[in-house]
Design a protein around this ligand. Structure first.
Ligand code: IVH
Length: 677
């Protein structure tokens, strides 16, 4: 081991401080001070130096966020101070009743409130001793939670060390861990590509992620954290540091936490109501989900005086926005078979308006969910859809059940191929395991031809349906035996189109090994895992021969993924497929071209705000186009905004953009920019 000199010690300290500071500016303040590439290089330098001089590693070093060893289980911890939940109010009257109730107990006290947004994630408790993060836990039942320190350390906006000169010896911070909508979309996209069940909403995704045993997976999911309460140990002279919730939040900011900026002091309940009204619509523009407003009495002395009921603090209440739910009657339940053979029941019902869209169908997920709902044919159900949430059936109204209605049961045979389905022990999924099931084959072909896989233009749903129906294709490899003549036997197929398709299929042989691997549709292998595996196993032969633990040894590949890959290569039909693909001339080794992000990124590095009604595009369509072109979309205008895209009836955002002198674009100008012109 190399000897540590004072110079080296200082170099490591300085570097660590700079990397820490740059991380804080990036993740907490959302205001970077270093270019990404520079940050990455400095980070790596720090990593190298720490590897060379392990005695210089400290637990709060930015390199120490991700553990390298998955946990086997979580341990229960008792919260030093219980985590209470909040009473709900659904309208102005209920807020008024709450005010009257606490005023009866403290008639002399001033009604000064602080309003904060209610973030829709998972409540988390963090403990700092002598300024260092020593423990993080889930809320659990409020008394006992699960210790998930290793996972919480991966959240870059949670400081590993408090940014105070002389921190109180014990500090407890509570807040909400949540998944920003962008990350939620990305995770679900990856899960869908990998044939995995989707998370129904960002809250479930955040909670599921926090309970991941492998912190490397957590680190990839980009959770974020807003702090909202602060407890200083009893032996503290706490009141010299904070006397109100506002001061507590400001102190949390000084400690290095992200605190939601949309907090406002309100001198009366009328002001509270104005805040609630304003955010009932403005919250739609935020890059994360909120489900209400938390209203707290600002004075900590008053909070202490009022105390708690059995369940709730008397000094706080949650104003909840109406959930986007509606009742409707089920017409029928159809069962879809995916490319992994999983049977997904989907409820089709009378159209309902939810979250601004007409919804006619909602997933019922699987057999367990149907049993849990106790769903009968003809039932009236409550359907929910909010923001990004995939429409779902929340519950049944048994009171409205038609006489003689029978419980719905999953089919015993695949609706596509008629073969018996299996119900793997311990799993909720019902699966068709017939490898020649046309639905599985269709799904596999569409996946193979999809943009992130072999990217074969012209091979879409319609063509695949015909190819499978006419028995022209029985496996992915058969695509490479298709000829123009054979394609011409299909309905409405012309010479030109047939030539194009055959050309596109031939062209796909030049796609790199990582894409081929992704295209195989092995469970859990989305684009990211496929690239990681292809980097480590530069040929299919090497991957096919690798033992499960060798595959799992790859950074970022968990044991479940490794097992799925290992098993896939043990199936004789898959081995035969690989041989045929090899013979057809596909790239099963080396890297000719990395997985390319969408062809060009003309808006990279630019931040956009879209406001008002655009002439042809819906707002989320415009935002998606911007993101696809590498741009960033935010909900509010700031000095960092590069352009504001302005439609009709643009309000305060346009005013702010004008005040800040930010360039404005019409929809047409945006489209020009997207063309790269
Ligand atoms: S204060 C005793 N503030 O809402 C104080 N909670 O039912 C209790 N939440 O479990 C919490 N944003 O997970 C508070 N700004 C905020 C919050 C917030 C979200 C969650 C929290 C809690 C639930 C209340």
């Amino acid at each position: 081991m190399a000897a540590v000199t004072p110079e080296i010690r200082k170099q490591v300290q300085d570097l660590r401080q700079l990397v820490q500071k740059a991380g804080y500016h990036y993740y907490v303040l959302d205001d970077p001070i270093l270019e990404d590439a520079v940050y990455d290089q400095l980070y790596r330098q720090l990593q190298d130096l720490e590897a060379q001089y392990p005695e210089l590693v400290t637990s709060d070093s930015p390199t120490q966020r991700v553990g390298d060893r998955p946990a086997t289980q979580f341990t229960s911890v008792r919260h030093a101070i219980p985590l209470y939940s909040l009473e709900n109010a659904f309208n102005a009257g209920e807020l008024q009743t709450w005010q009257e109730r606490w005023q009866r107990l403290a008639p002399d006290a001033a009604a000064e409130y602080i309003c904060e947004l209610k973030i829709d994630g998972s409540a988390i408790a963090l403990t700092y001793e002598q300024g260092l993060l020593v423990r993080g836990a889930t809320r659990g039942d409020g008394e006992m939670g699960e210790e998930i320190t290793q996972n919480l350390r991966t959240i870059r906006s949670i400081p590993l060390r408090l940014a105070l000169e002389n921190p109180p010896p014990i500090v407890e911070v509570r807040g909400e861990a949540f998944l920003p909508l962008d990350s939620f979309r990305q995770i679900n996209q990856e899960r869908s590509q990998a044939g995995e069940a989707l998370f129904a909403n960002p809250r479930n995704a955040a909670a599921g992620t926090l309970r991941q045993l492998d912190s490397r997976i957590v680190a990839r999911r980009k959770l974020d954290f807003f702090a909202y309460t602060l407890h200083l140990g009893r032996d503290q002279n706490a009141h010299t540091l904070m006397n109100s919730q506002k001061e507590a939040l400001d102190l949390l900011v000084r400690m290095g936490f992200r605190v939601n900026p949309n907090r406002v002091l309100c001198p009366s309940l009328a002001a509270v109501q104005t805040y609630c009204d304003r955010w009932s619509t403005d919250r739609m523009e935020l890059p994360y989900l909120t489900d209400g407003v938390v209203i707290k009495l600002n004075s900590l002395a008053l909070q202490e005086r009022l105390g708690f009921t059995q369940k709730f603090p008397r000094w706080a209440i949650a104003f909840k926005y109406p959930a986007e739910e509606a009742p409707t009657q089920i017409d029928q339940i159809v069962v879809q078979v995916g490319r992994t053979g999983a049977l997904t029941p989907v409820a089709e019902f009378k159209p309902v308006q939810l979250a601004g869209t007409t919804v006619t169908r909602a997933t019922l997920h699987n057999r367990d969910r149907i049993l849990e709902l106790d769903l009968h044919l003809g039932d009236t159900v409550i359907v929910r859809k909010a923001g990004e949430i995939i429409p779902e059936v929340v519950r049944v109204l048994p009171e409205l059940r038609p006489a003689g209605a029978v419980p719905y049961t999953m089919p015993t045979h695949c609706p596509e191929c008629g073969q018996p389905v299996v119900q793997p022990v311990g799993e909720a999924v019902t699966r068709c395991v017939n490898s020649s099931c046309p639905a599985i084959l269709r799904g596999s072909l569409i996946h193979w031809a999809s943009r992130d896989a072999l990217d074969i233009n012209g091979v879409g749903e319609k063509l695949v349906q015909q190819l499978v129906d006419r028995n022209l294709v029985r496996s992915v490899a058969d695509l490479y035996d298709l000829t123009v003549e054979r394609l011409l036997t299909l309905e409405r197929m012309g010479q030109k189109s047939a030539e194009k398709i055959v050309g596109a299929i031939a062209q796909s042989k030049t796609q790199p090994w990582a894409r081929v691997l992704y295209g195989l549709g092995i469970r859990h292998v989305g684009t990211v895992n496929a690239q990681t595996l292809a980097d480590q196993f530069p040929s299919s032969a090497q991957l096919a021969q690798a033992a499960a633990d060798q595959i799992a040894a790859v950074y970022g590949i968990g044991p479940e993924i490794a097992q799925a890959v290992f098993e896939w290569f043990r199936v004789p039909a898959n081995q035969e497929l690989m041989q045929r693909l090899q013979a057809a001339g596909l790239q099963l080794a080396g890297e000719t071209k990395p997985i390319a992000p969408p062809t060009s990124q003309p808006l990279a590095g630019k931040t956009f705000v879209v406001t008002g009604t655009l002439p042809t595009l819906k707002r989320d369509e415009a935002e998606d186009l911007i993101r696809q072109a590498g741009g960033k979309v935010t909900g509010s205008v700031s000095a960092k905004t590069s352009y504001v895209v302005v439609g009709e009836n643009a309000g305060s955002k346009l005013e702010k953009a004008e005040a800040l002198g930010i360039p404005q674009l019409s929809e047409a100008e945006l489209l020009d920019l997207l063309q790269g012109s």
